[in-house]
Design a protein around this ligand. Structure first.
Ligand code: ATP
Ligand code: MG
Length: 284
């Protein structure tokens, strides 16, 4: 996908008119796992809602496989099946009588055969860890975490080439967060599809994404590998984002004279670095 010079203005022509994103250009390639991070109000949700045609650019263009997604109504309609979006707090979007029907909603609208819909519903439910017994329940009987999984499964079941998740772990406890992230990683590995994960958490992004896009005040201010991005710790701190805790520890050790590699941003990498410096002798 390619976004060219995107600006979005809400409430045009009213006293509330305001730009939410300005002059954003961005490309994402098949199979990438991109983390999108930024402060509240930096424009993350506005930006990603343009990728599946939910919002129309005030200025600029969005291309999918070389075609402007607004160039013809047929293309604009079809983009929703190619680019799946799991909203912030998706559990509020469940509306069918059963969890099964909710997950089947997207594939049914795609006009797929019944057998294929059934296969996708069961596979997607498996990816998000919803057992068969839950499929015939009403979505309203599910717990908060299960509702979120059901909403995610509804998008997974469309098998979109690009999967976008807008803060899928917001409001969950640490175990719930890790389990949802593990399911997203598993889906990405199994299908090889492109994933964009929006998050407030540097730790979450560091552990999952191969590339990071940083938004600040309506603009993309950084775009690179985790190693590139976390080597710019001072700039990140100046926009109030900081680096993962483990990177801060590595930086402090470096300041004390230990020749630790600059690109440490996971616990495993820090552990490997310390082991290397100790010549392979074990540490606790
Ligand atoms: N429907 C809307 N109408 C008017 N202004 C809006 C609307 N949605 C968002 N905005 C404004 O646009 C700006 C960007 O909002 P957006 O929701 O894209 O940010 P965000 O980075 O996703 O924030 P958060 O981390 O809180 O989800 C904010 O100033 C917000 O108040
Ligand atoms: Mg948002």
């Amino acid at each position: 996908m390619k976004v060219d010079n995107l600006t979005h203005t809400y409430s045009v022509g009213t006293p509330f008119e305001r730009n939410a994103v300005e002059h954003i250009s961005f490309s994402v390639y098949p199979g990438e796992f991109v983390g999108v991070i930024g402060h509240t109000g930096s424009g993350k949700s506005t930006f990603i809602q343009h990728l599946n045609g939910l919002l129309r650019p005030t200025e600029g263009h969005v291309y999918f496989q070389g075609q402007d997604i607004w160039s013809a109504p047929k293309i604009t309609h079809a983009i929703r099946f190619h680019v799946g979006l799991v909203f912030q707090y998706p559990e509020y979007q469940l509306f069918e009588e059963t969890v099964y029907k909710d997950i089947a909603f997207g594939p049914t609208n795609m006009g797929l055969e019944q057998d294929e819909i059934d296969r996708r519903v069961r596979e997607a439910a498996g990816f998000v860890g919803l057992g068969e017994a839950l499929l015939e329940k009403s979505p309203f009987e599910l717990s908060g975490g299960q509702k979120r999984r059901a909403a995610m499964a509804g998008v997974f079941a469309m098998e979109p080439e690009v999967l976008i998740l807008d803060e899928p772990t917001a409001g969950l406890d640490p175990a719930g967060c890790e389990s949802i992230l593990a399911q997203i990683r598993q889906y990405h590995r199994a299908k090889g599809n492109t994933v964009l994960l929006v998050s407030h958490s540097m730790e979450e992004i560091a552990r999952n994404a191969g590339r990071i896009v940083v938004l600040d005040q309506k603009h993309i201010v950084m775009d690179g590998t985790p190693a590139d991005i976390f080597s710019r710790a001072e700039e990140l701190e100046s926009i109030g984002l900081g680096v993962p805790e483990v990177t801060r520890i590595a930086m402090a050790l470096r300041r004390r004279g230990l020749p630790i590699d600059g690109a440490v941003y996971t616990q495993e990498a820090l552990r490997a670095e310390i082991l290397r410096l100790r010549g392979g002798r074990s540490i606790c």
